[in-house]
Structures are given as C-alpha cells and as structure tokens.
Design a protein around this ligand. Structure first.
Ligand code: FES
Length: 117
C-alpha cells in the first residue's frame, strides 16, 4: 500500500481528568490502550513505569461508571496489581494499560488518582 492511500487510523475520544480537575480530551487510536493514549497526550497522572506490562500499577485510573460494562473483565494479573495501587482501589479502579481501546469506548471518561507513587 502506498503512502498516500494508507487509511488514517481510526480514533475515539477519551477524556482524562486529573485529581485537580484538569481535563485532556484526546483522540486515541483504536487497538491501543487507554494508558498509551494518556502518555502520548502528556496526561499528568499516568506514569506507566513498566510501559504497559501490568507490573507497576502506576497507570491506575478510575473509570466513569457508565463505561464499566463495556470493558473487558479484569484478568488475574491486573487483579493482583490492583492490590498495589498507591491511592485506594475503588469499585471502578482499572489499570489503564489493560484497557483495550475499541470503538465502543468513544467518549470514555477516566479520572487519575491524586498520586501514582
Ligand atoms: S503501565 Fe505498569 S501496570 Fe500499567
């Protein structure tokens, strides 16, 4: 496929809201992660020390309740790491590196905790 007939990557809009209330509305490519979208848009509060390997819990976010049912279930390794978040785990806590961006997540809102470590 030539350079000029390559299709642009499909994106969805994700809003990241910091503990202090700062909002970043980002166009995040489908088939990436909510963590990657945050890092590439310089979202304060997503540290992602392990680069998405589910080993650090510094990508912890609180997911808007309206979207919780659209996410893949929490896998065993994420469950373990959610026990290691710096700020308290809540019922809507997820690790953003484990949230796969799909078209259904267009409009997703996540809040970052007060601190990641
Ligand atoms: S980036 Fe390390 S657990 Fe998500």
């Amino acid at each position: 496929m030539g350079l000029f007939n390559r299709k642009p990557k499909e994106t969805v809009t994700i809003t990241y809201i910091s503990h202090g209330g700062a909002r970043v509305e980002a166009a995040v490519p489908v088939d990436t992660s909510v963590m990657e979208g945050g890092v590439s848009n310089s979202v304060d509060g997503i540290v992602a020390e392990c680069g998405g390997a589910c080993l650090c819990a510094t990508c912890h976010v609180y997911v808007d309740e309206a979207f919780l049912g659209l996410l893949d279930p929490i896998a065993a390794d994420e469950e373990v790491m959610l026990g290691n978040t710096f700020c308290p785990r809540k019922p809507n806590s997820r690790l953003s590196c484990q949230i796969h961006v799909t078209k259904a997540l267009d409009g997703l809102v996540v809040r970052t905790p007060e601190a990641q470590h």
